[in-house]
Design a protein around this ligand. Sequence first.
Ligand code: ADP
Ligand code: MG
Length: 231
Amino acid sequence: MNNGKNGGEPVVRAEDIRKVYRLGKIEVEALRGVDLVIEPGEYVAIMGPSGSGKSTLMHIIGCLDSPTGGEYWLDGEQVSELRGRRLARIRNHKVGFVFQNFNLLSRVDIVENAALPLRYTGGISRRQRRERARTVLDQLGLSDRLQHKPDELSGGERQRVAIARALVNDPAMLLADEPTGNLDSDTSREILKVFRDLHSRGHTIVVVTHDSNVASEAGRVVRLTDGRVHS
Ligand SMILES: Nc1ncnc2c1ncn2[C@@H]1O[C@H](COP(=O)(O)OP(=O)(O)O)[C@@H](O)[C@H]1O
Ligand SMILES: [Mg+2]
């Protein structure tokens, strides 16, 4: 848990973020001046209709993409000017991603899956990586599944593996895009409980969702319409 590592800085500070996609001569203004501050330990839901810019905003705050305007500080570091490898490095250190379709590797066991982000940090042996992954999988109640491959697990267990992988690097923020989108309602509740527990332990969580049950768990809802935040 590295919340507050950068002494009182917000985890997310985005000012007047703009994103224009250019498709030949056509320009799409996906974000039209978004301001967003997320403090350490907050649980925030980002909601909005299809096409409102949720994924674009998530990609920018998760350092998967860069804005075409505005400024962005992640955990106190100015990242809006960064591109390529330097952006990837910050992303790998500071953001843990959880996706709707889990994005797990089917050929390897869940320890290897959860350990994956540690490969890119360097300076850690394979044994240490697996040890760290086992610790996080244990915290997520998966210690009796360590030899299993993703296909041998339930949907809820797979999503817990994905959450373990997101946490293994001790990120400043957990960023989840429709994390319950592929789960039935019982399993969704199970995953929401995992998020609730992580939040109570101080993790910063940002969830992009169109599901009001998911959003109702968050401490704050940020609503996007046509690339702008309203309320
Ligand atoms: N790679 C892209 N190239 C061009 N237009 C895009 C691209 N990604 C998204 N858009 C457009 O930007 C707007 C916002 O999209 P998006 O962020 O995916 O919204 P949401 O996730 O809320 O559905 C939409 O009009 C969409 O068509
Ligand atoms: Mg989207």
